[in-house]
Ligand binder design. Structure first.
Ligand SMILES: *Cc1c(COP(=O)(O)O)cnc(C)c1O
Length: 221
């Protein structure tokens, strides 16, 4: 199937209120342009330099989402234009985003990434540490960081009960944190190519789909 057919297929399976982030990491600008021509405007990338390089050559009405682990010294590459940083997983990173956003005189939307998966290697806040940080009022002192919600990655397994439990845990954390933020706290980003229908049934409002749209990634290049 062509990229535009794949994209329409994914869109057709999503309820209207669920936002689709097309994860274009590793894929060249020409492929992103194909998706753009098929009407897609939100793209996700996981490396700041790659994100910046693509931003520079592609149409500027694209909303770029950073979805991968972000080192504090790389925030500066994307702060001038990024639409949303979904992978905010520490106090230090949050404070760096505040500083860089202030320098650019911009507000940056962020999601708080919470660790729920079985794999220790996956990133994200420990939910209790995050809760303490939120309750401490830290975000009230960071006017350039707009907390829009929560992001997470489920355990990579065929065990559907485990994946469902991870999504339900993320939904629970989203509800628990919501009272501490304003009305704009309305994004629950969960679900990837292999598990997004289940994520949507567990309350996801934003899915991040890569290989189902662009095909398999080739990391050898
Ligand atoms: C790569 C990636 C995705 C997309 O994965 P697919 O399986 O290709 O859909 C989603 N979220 C994050 C955080 C990713 O790193």
């Amino acid at each position: 199937m062509s990229l535009s057919n794949q994209l329409s297929h994914v869109r057709a399976t999503l309820p209207e209120q669920v936002t689709l982030v097309a994860v274009s990491k590793t894929h060249p600008a020409e492929r992103i342009m194909e998706a753009y021509e098929a009407g897609q405007r939100i793209f996700g990338e996981n490396r700041p330099q790659e994100l910046k390089a693509k931003y520079e050559v592609l149409p500027h009405d694209i909303e770029w989402h950073m979805i991968g682990h972000l080192q504090t010294n790389k925030v500066k590459y994307i702060a001038p234009f990024v639409a949303m940083i979904q992978s905010v997983d520490s106090a230090r990173l949050t404070e760096t985003i505040e500083k860089e956003a202030a320098k650019c005189n911009r507000l940056i939307d962020v999601l708080l990434e919470i660790h729920v998966a079985e794999e220790e290697t996956k990133s994200g806040w420990n939910s209790e540490e995050l809760f303490d940080y939120v309750v401490s009022g830290a975000f009230g002192r960071m006017p350039h960081v707009v907390v829009r919600g929560v992001m997470g990655v489920a355990t990579n397994t065929d065990d559907e009960a485990r994946v469902r439990a991870d999504f339900e845990a993320l939904h629970g954390q989203f509800e628990r944190l919501k009272p501490y933020f304003g009305e704009r706290f309305d994004v629950l980003s969960m679900g990837m190519s292999h598990d997004y229908p289940l994520a949507v049934s567990c309350g996801s409002t934003m899915v991040r789909v890569g290989s189902l749209i662009f095909g398999e990634r080739d990391y050898s290049k």
